[in-house]
Design a protein. Structure first.
Length: 162
């Protein structure tokens, strides 16, 4: 019989997320001058430039899809992620040329993280329509969890932060 893996807090071991959709991928060798594709396959139907006829930059599509996922799965569900709106808006610009590159989006994310108060980075996400009693209980538990984290951090037992 196999035992359950121990539960580990996001504060002590940051998560890694992978977003993939290899079913519609195209191989573009590094340094290739041909960076355009055609096709309308994909799960996100909001991408404005998808076309079977007009070639488009798949890297800009990736930026849009990731930004749109941030909007739909995070920003629109949780009430305390307003700090993400600038990067979401940049990544989901209608005009692909107005969207950041992957490196620019990463740089913008790092800037947002640097400017975000440490307490807020470690605070729990709360659903937009979360009942007030649930909010109070979970916020108190969140304060206790952050207090434990800070106590260990201040005592020199550092966790790898998110």
């Amino acid at each position: 019989m196999t035992d359950w893996a121990p539960r580990i807090s996001r504060l002590s071991a940051g998560p890694k997320y992978y977003y993939v959709d290899y079913g519609i991928s195209a191989f573009i060798p590094p340094g290739s001058s041909e960076r355009l594709v055609t096709g309308t396959y994909g799960r996100d139907r909001d991408v404005p430039e998808l076309s079977d006829d007009v070639p488009y930059d798949p890297f800009k599509v990736d930026i849009f899809i990731l930004g749109n996922m941030f909007r739909q799965e995070l920003y629109e569900k949780y009430g305390n992620l307003g700090f993400m709106l600038p990067i979401i808006e940049a990544m989901t610009q209608y005009d692909p040329e107005e969207r950041p590159s992957a490196q620019q989006a990463l740089d913008q994310w790092r800037t947002i993280r640097r400017k975000t108060w440490m307490f807020k980075k470690h605070w729990r996400t709360s659903y937009i329509n979360e009942p007030i009693l649930v909010t109070i209980i979970l916020d108190v538990l969140g304060l206790i969890r952050i207090g434990i984290y800070l106590t260990k951090w201040l005592s020199g037992h550092r966790y790898p932060g998110p």
